[in-house]
Ligand binder design. Structure first.
Ligand SMILES: [Fe+2]
Length: 155
């Protein structure tokens, strides 16, 4: 009987760990975007309210895809909020800033996650996991696009 490679056979913990870091930062950015969606004010309210919604809806789905990729390679996801918040290098915002401050803070978070996805992709490549690499590249492109869209408000 032919022997087929199992998904996750190369899981050394490196890719799993990088993915879990990406999950944590995506989760915190999801809540940041929703918090801004609720609290943003100013003459650009309508478009920013919508843009923040587009971001948190995207990120909510992405956190699930990333976490399920951890499972698919045989890893473990610690989904406790306290753990996720502790782990994330992106820290929550209180939602009392100006519209400009919110846009700048969200743009910074998107840039951090895009960079994280690049790191995940590199580690996946080094570990022969081109499927995780592909996921990370796809997510990185989305985060860089959001960073560009947000930064474009700031001139
Ligand atoms: Fe809403």
């Amino acid at each position: 009987m032919a022997s087929y490679p199992k998904s996750g056979r190369n899981n050394t913990g490196v890719v799993e760990d990088a993915l879990n870091q990406a999950v944590a930062e995506t989760v915190v950015a999801t809540m940041m975007a929703q918090n801004f969606h609720w609290n943003v004010t100013g003459m650009a309210f309508g478009s920013l309210h919508q843009l923040f919604q587009t971001i948190y809806e995207d990120h909510f789905q992405a956190q699930d895809e990333l976490a399920e990729r951890v499972k698919a390679i045989g890893g473990f996801v610690d989904g406790r909020l306290a753990i996720i918040i502790e782990r994330s290098t992106i820290k929550d915002a209180d939602g009392t800033g100006s519209d400009r401050e919110m846009v700048a803070e969200m743009a910074q978070a998107e840039t951090v996650i895009a960079s994280r996805m690049n790191e995940v992709a590199e580690k996946a490549e080094q570990n022969g996991d081109s499927l995780t690499q592909d996921l990370a590249v796809a997510r990185g492109l989305v985060h860089e696009k959001f960073a560009w869209m947000l930064n474009s408000h700031l001139g």
